[in-house]
Design a binder for this molecule. Structure first.
Ligand code: 5GP
Length: 130
């Protein structure tokens, strides 16, 4: 489904290429619904991306069009990955960028898992700008 601002799914996006094995990644976990791997430019001691295996451009697309089983499997994988990385006790942050204002760069739905240090406030700059 086309999502405003992001268009239709582009099979050439970098995460589609990682899923097809055309680009290497430092894999953390893989199951029927999700692939998790380390971000190439980490912004915290632990910075892992979790992506669904299906072709969804964004959270909006995923929520609107993915089968319930895929949605459940994906979010279970997110929590499982954080647990595997031993982030549950110290805590962690899950974030997704959706569309232009959020600065979404890769048009394949993904969530970031951050951990390994005190993460501070939720937004780092221009917190109350309009
Ligand atoms: P976004 O801004 O779309 O939420 O996040 C995209 C993320 O993908 C960025 O944190 C960026 O560092 C990461 N990224 C972009 N290209 C690659 C890549 O080829 N490999 C990996 N592992 N991460 C990538």
């Amino acid at each position: 489904m086309p999502v405003k601002g992001l268009g239709t799914y582009d099979d050439g996006n970098v995460f589609a290429r990682i899923l097809r094995g055309e680009i290497p990644c430092r894999r953390v976990h893989e199951d029927a619904h999700a692939l998790a791997f380390h971000d190439i430019a980490p912004q915290a001691p632990v910075h892992v991306l979790v992506i669904p295996k299906g072709r969804y451009v964004s959270l909006a697309d995923f929520a609107a069009t993915a089968p319930a089983e895929e949605i459940a499997g994906f979010w279970r994988a997110v929590a499982r990955v954080a647990q595997m990385l031993e982030l549950e006790a110290p805590g962690y942050r899950v974030l997704t960028n959706m569309g232009e204002d959020a600065g979404q760069e890769v048009p394949h739905f993904h969530v970031h898992i951050f951990g390994g240090r005190r993460l501070g406030r939720m937004l780092s700059e221009q917190q109350v700008g309009h």
